[in-house]
Design a protein around this ligand. Structure first.
Ligand SMILES: [Zn+2]
Length: 106
C-alpha cells in the first residue's frame, strides 16, 4: 500500500516519495516525473554539476531557459533560471529527506 510523503516543496516544485514502492514523484506545474529510487539517485548524480549559465538557450519569447532531455526523446523539460534553482533545491532537499526516511524505515 502506498504511503506517500511530501519530502520537499520549493516554488512550484513538490517532491513526494513512497518508501514501499521506492518511487520518487517530482510534481512541477503540469509535469509529473516519476523515478525509482535508483533513477532518482542517478539523475541527481548526473545533474549535480550542471550550471544553468553553461546551457542557456532561448524560448520563443526570448527568455533564457535550459532544456533537459528525458529518456523520451520527444519530451524535454524546460526551466527558466528561477525554475531551475527551485527544481534542484527541491531535489537536493528531497534526497536528504529520503535518506532520513530510509534510515528509520523498517
Ligand atoms: Zn507506494
Amino acid at each position: 500500500m502506498c504511503k506517500t510523503t511530501i519530502v520537499s516543496r520549493e516554488g512550484d516544485v513538490c517532491v513526494t516519495h513512497c518508501l514501499n514502492c521506492k518511487i520518487v514523484n517530482i510534481w512541477n506545474k503540469g509535469v509529473l516525473v516519476a523515478f525509482s529510487f535508483e533513477q532518482f539517485d542517478a539523475f541527481l548524480k548526473a545533474t549535480k554539476d550542471l550550471v544553468f549559465d553553461n546551457y542557456i538557450e532561448y524560448n520563443p519569447d526570448g527568455i533564457e531557459v535550459v532544456i533537459l532531455a528525458t529518456p523520451f526523446s520527444e519530451v524535454s523539460l524546460v526551466f527558466t533560471r528561477v525554475e531551475w534553482d527551485e527544481f534542484f533545491a527541491a531535489l537536493k532537499q528531497a534526497a536528504y529527506m529520503k535518506q532520513i526516511y530510509q534510515m528509520v524505515h523498517d
